[in-house]
Write a protein that binds this ligand. Structure first.
Ligand code: SAM
Length: 242
């Protein structure tokens, strides 16, 4: 019987080498042991890890490749904001090793887990930052430095736009997989897009083999510079979204 990962990868039309499959295997083992202990994931079974974390993340990669937002051979600079256990960024990095990836999360327990995981998987050249997006987005080391922002399950779209658009260079993209309320969130984001310099590119249904069918991938393009006063200080985007 092929695993959920192998079946999903094949349904997505992607290829993984034996070495990449080995990395996913060790990633799953770490998540289910150290990751659960650190509160990085609540998921308790191998099947759910493969479906909810690996296949969903790889579905995002497939959609981004199809849309031309990332390319197999380009060294895009990608930041995964509110990454938790590395989703969707790390499965995408395992698939496309040339990506230059930064993980950002506010929780020290999470970033400590990721650092140790990357060390044990032997994945080099990935930056791990412990900070709130509101603070990192003002730091010249991170502001306007990225081609793509990934963010899954971090905040409703009007808030997420303020947390993520500052990281992008002009013309860069946010890729945010979203659940059943996506279209409502987009409708509520008109002002935030306008103020922060974003434009919705698409919100196509996300094809997730074996998964729920209500997901969409929201793609936002940075169409203008984000004014220097954004992001506002930590907590304000959530308390008073545009
Ligand atoms: N993206 C992962 C996933 O899909 O499995 C984790 C999702 S988890 C529900 C949300 C994560 O976002 C948490 O790890 C939390 O610490 C982080 N987070 C929430 N708000 C944040 C902020 N303003 N700055 C940085 N990280 C944040």
């Amino acid at each position: 019987m092929p695993t959920i990962l192998a079946r999903g990868v094949s349904e997505l039309g992607l290829d993984l080498t034996a070495e990449q499959l080995r990395l996913f295997d060790r990633y799953a083992v770490s998540l289910l042991s150290a990751g659960r202990r650190a509160g990085v994931t609540a998921i308790a079974t191998r099947e759910r890890v493969e479906q909810r974390h690996f296949i969903e993340s790889l579905s995002v990669a497939k959609a981004l490749l199809d849309a031309g937002v990332i390319e197999k051979t380009s060294e895009w600079r990608v930041i995964d904001v509110g990454t938790g256990g590395g989703f969707p960024g790390l499965p995408i990095k395992i698939l496309l090793p040339q990506l230059r990836l930064t993980f950002l999360d506010a929780r020290e327990r999470t970033t400590a887990f990721l650092r140790e995981l990357l060390r044990s998987l032997g994945i080099d050249g990935v930056e791990v930052v412990t900070a709130r997006a509101e603070d990192a987005g003002r730091d010249p080391a991170h502001r306007e430095r990225f081609d793509v922002v990934l963010a899954r399950a971090v905040a409703p779209l009007p808030v997420l736009l303020e947390l993520t658009l500052p990281f992008l260079r002009a013309g860069g993209h946010i890729a945010a997989p979203k659940g059943s309320g996506t279209l409502r969130e987009i409708a509520a984001s008109e002002r935030a897009l306008d103020v922060l310099g974003g434009g919705i590119v698409s919100s196509e249904p996300l094809k997730v083999p074996g998964g729920v069918h209500s997901q969409r991938l929201v793609l936002v393009r940075k169409v203008a510079r984000t004014p220097a006063r954004y992001p506002r200080r930590a907590g304000i985007p959530k308390k008073r979204p545009h």
